[in-house]
Design a protein around this ligand. Structure first.
Ligand code: NAD
Length: 312
């Protein structure tokens, strides 16, 4: 039975990944300091094959048993979190990634870095292929996240080239689904919360800026396929169906059956104008395609909100 370490395993994506790995017959060691994650995300996973290790990844991690895969997801991820935790974000991207790579090296495990489409910044190439180097403001408020991830990618490639660690890098585009925190500041949970409370949906700027939203099950399938492949260079995983934030708000109102209106607020600093993954590499290398469309994914997310509030 393979053993997977998932750093950040008590977060939104990490908890879904832990669940999928357990279903695949892995033993899972979830390492998390609960900075932005929560025990309620992993309560349903408790069992003989699941271990929770409370630990801050910026500090050396000791694991005594053999490990086959290290999935490194630990990092604040929503703008609200990384703007509140700028130093923690830079430290987990640097020291945390260094420690996770060190663990993979000692265990001779396959390592997967959860990087982000934010490495492309406010892109001047559209859609974004992995060969695009990006357009990031290093000293703007968002730079703490974007540059932490760019550094983490450089560190991962250095461990691969100099130390022979078997590494992979996934650039994750906006992902949504059950277990997102209603107040985490990202567009879909914010719009859903506002729609369900019959409050106005707050769209930033003109709302014409675009994003591409991937349902969490599709994303997690892509992470596992990449970890189990032999690929070392970055691979985009995201849904290429692009839409404006205004269209997203209208879709959320329709799916939730809400009577809410849409209001406009100031655009955050350095907010990207467009965002769409080029997934040619994921298709060719992994045979990966997203399967869940936005309306279906929003329905599933909506259905889960009832289950989560019943559990809470
Ligand atoms: P999340 O905030 O829900 O989860 C992150 C987890 O990491 C949390 O459980 C948090 O407690 C943990 N963590 C943070 N700092 C830590 C530290 N120093 N030591 C140990 N644990 C720590 O965010 P998420 O959306 O699940 O994102 C997971 C990963 O995927 C992140 O690396 C993020 O950058 C990346 N990502 C996510 C998205 C997305 O749309 N959700 C998009 C691009 C990239």
């Amino acid at each position: 039975m393979p053993t997977s370490v998932v750093t950040g395993g008590a977060g939104f994506l990490g908890s879904h990944l832990c669940e999928a790995l357990l279903a695949r017959g892995h033993r899972v060691i979830c390492v998390d300091n609960l900075e932005t994650g929560s025990l309620s995300n992993i309560e349903h996973l408790r069992g003989s094959q699941f271990v929770f290790r409370p630990h801050d990844m910026t500090v050396h991690v000791q694991i005594d048993e053999p490990v086959d895969f290290v999935y490194h997801l630990a990092s604040p991820a929503s703008p609200i979190d990384y703007l509140r935790l700028p130093l923690q974000t830079l430290k987990v991207g640097s020291y945390g990634t260094h420690n996770a790579l060190g663990l993979a090296k000692v265990k001779r495990a396959r390592f997967l870095l959860a990087s982000t489409s934010e490495v492309y910044g406010d892109p001047q190439v559209h859609p974004q292929p992995e060969t695009y180097w990006g357009h990031v403001n290093p000293i703007g408020p968002r730079g703490v996240y974007d540059e932490a991830k760019r550094y983490a990618e450089a560190l991962t490639m250095a461990y691969h080239r100099q130390q022979g660690v078997d590494t992979a890098i996934v650039r994750i585009f906006n992902t949504y689904g059950p277990l997102m925190r209603p107040h985490d500041g990202r567009a879909i949970p914010t719009f859903m919360r506002q729609a369900l409370e019959q409050k106005p949906l707050t769209v930033f700027g003109s709302g014409l800026q675009t994003r591409s939203f991937c349902y969490v099950d599709d994303l997690v399938r892509g992470l596992i396929l990449l970890a189990e492949s032999g690929e070392h260079l970055p691979v985009n995983i995201g849904n290429p169906t692009e839409m404006s934030l205004l269209e997203l708000a209208e879709t959320v109102i329709r799916v939730t059956g809400s009577t809410s209106q849409i209001v406009f607020e100031a655009l955050p600093v350095d907010d990207p104008q467009v965002r769409q993954p080029d997934i040619t590499r994921a298709r060719q290398l992994l045979g990966w395609e997203p399967q869940v469309g936005l309306e279906e994914g929003l329905q599933k997310t909506l259905a889960s909100l009832g289950r989560e509030s019943a559990r809470a």
